[in-house]
Design a protein around this ligand. Sequence first.
Ligand SMILES: NC(=O)c1ccc[n+]([C@@H]2O[C@H](COP(=O)([O-])OP(=O)(O)OC[C@H]3O[C@@H](n4cnc5c(N)ncnc54)[C@H](O)[C@@H]3O)[C@@H](O)[C@H]2O)c1
Length: 288
Amino acid sequence: MPVVAIVGAGVIGVSWARLFAEAGWTVRVSDPRPDLAEIVTRELAGLPATAVADLAEAAAGADFVQESGPERIELKRQMFATLAAATSDDTVLASSSSSLLPSVIAEGNAAASRIVVGHPFNPPELMPLVEVVPGAATSAETVARAVEVYRGLGKKPITLKKEIPGFVGNRLQKVFNDQAMYLVQQGVVSASDLDELVKASLGPRWATIGPFESMHLGGGPDGMRHLVSHVGSQMTFEIGKPDREHLDAVLEEVEKDYGTAETYPDRVAARDRRTRAVVDALAAAEQE
Ligand SMILES: NC(=O)c1ccc[n+]([C@@H]2O[C@H](COP(=O)([O-])OP(=O)(O)OC[C@H]3O[C@@H](n4cnc5c(N)ncnc54)[C@H](O)[C@@H]3O)[C@@H](O)[C@H]2O)c1
C-alpha cells in the first residue's frame, strides 16, 4: 500500500488522513501536540493510520506528503526543510496552505521542484475541489503526480496556470464574503436572510453550472456576449466594502442566529450531511 505522511492533526489534517486511509493508503500522522495518539485513535479508528510524532520519521519512505500545519510561513519553511531531507527525489511535498505562495514556502529549499500547494476546501473528505498551485520552481512531474493522487482519492483537482495570493477559490470567496458583510452592516438584509437568499439562488446555480456558463446562459441564445452589453452594462454601481474595524454588530447577529461553541458539533454534522447530499446528487445526475 502507498504511504502518505499527513503533517498536522488539526481540522484539515485529520480529514485528509481519513480520506487517504479510506482510499487504501497507509497513513502516518505527525504533529507535536501531546494528544496526537488520542486523536489518531479516536478520529481514525479501524483505519490503517498511525501517530508518528517525529516529522522526519513520519516522512521517511513516504510516497506523498500532505502538509496541513499552522498557516505561518516560518513554520512551513522549517517543516518543508525537514520534509525535503527526509524524503526521496520522487516524493511530492504538498501543502494545504490557504494563502501562502508555494514559491515563498519553497524559497531556499533544495527540493523546491517537489513542492506544490494542494489546497482543499474544508472538509477535504467531502468537498471535491483541490486547487493545485505550482510555484516558480515546481516541476511538471510534481504537478502531474499531485493531480493523479488527488484524482485517485476521488477529488476534482484544478491546476492553476500560475500562483497568486489567495489562489482562485479564496479570492472569489473574499470578494463575496466582503460584500455579504457589507450588506448586513449597512442594514440592507439580515445575516440569516442573506444565507437563505444564497442557498436559494447562487448556491444551487454555482453548484451546477459555474459563473461563466451561467453568464453565457443568462444572455439567452446570444450568450455572454449579449449579457455583458445588455444587463451587464447597467451594473455600474459601486459595491462598497465592510468596515472591518466595526464588525461587532455583525458578529453578534451571526452568533445569535447560529450559536457558538456549544452548537458547533451539530452545525458541522448538518453541513456535512447537506454537502454529501448535494455532491452525491450531482454525481448521480452526471450518470443520467
Ligand atoms: N480550516 C480551513 O478551513 C482550511 C481550509 C483549507 C486549507 N487550510 C489550511 O490547512 C492548514 C491547516 O489548517 P487547520 O485549519 O487544520 O489548522 P489547525 O490549527 O486546526 O491545525 C494545525 C495543526 O498543526 C499542528 N502543528 C503545529 N506545529 C506543527 C509542526 N511543527 N509540525 C506538524 N504539525 C504542527 C498543530 O498542533 C495543529 O494540530 C493551514 O495551512 C490552512 O491554511 C485550512
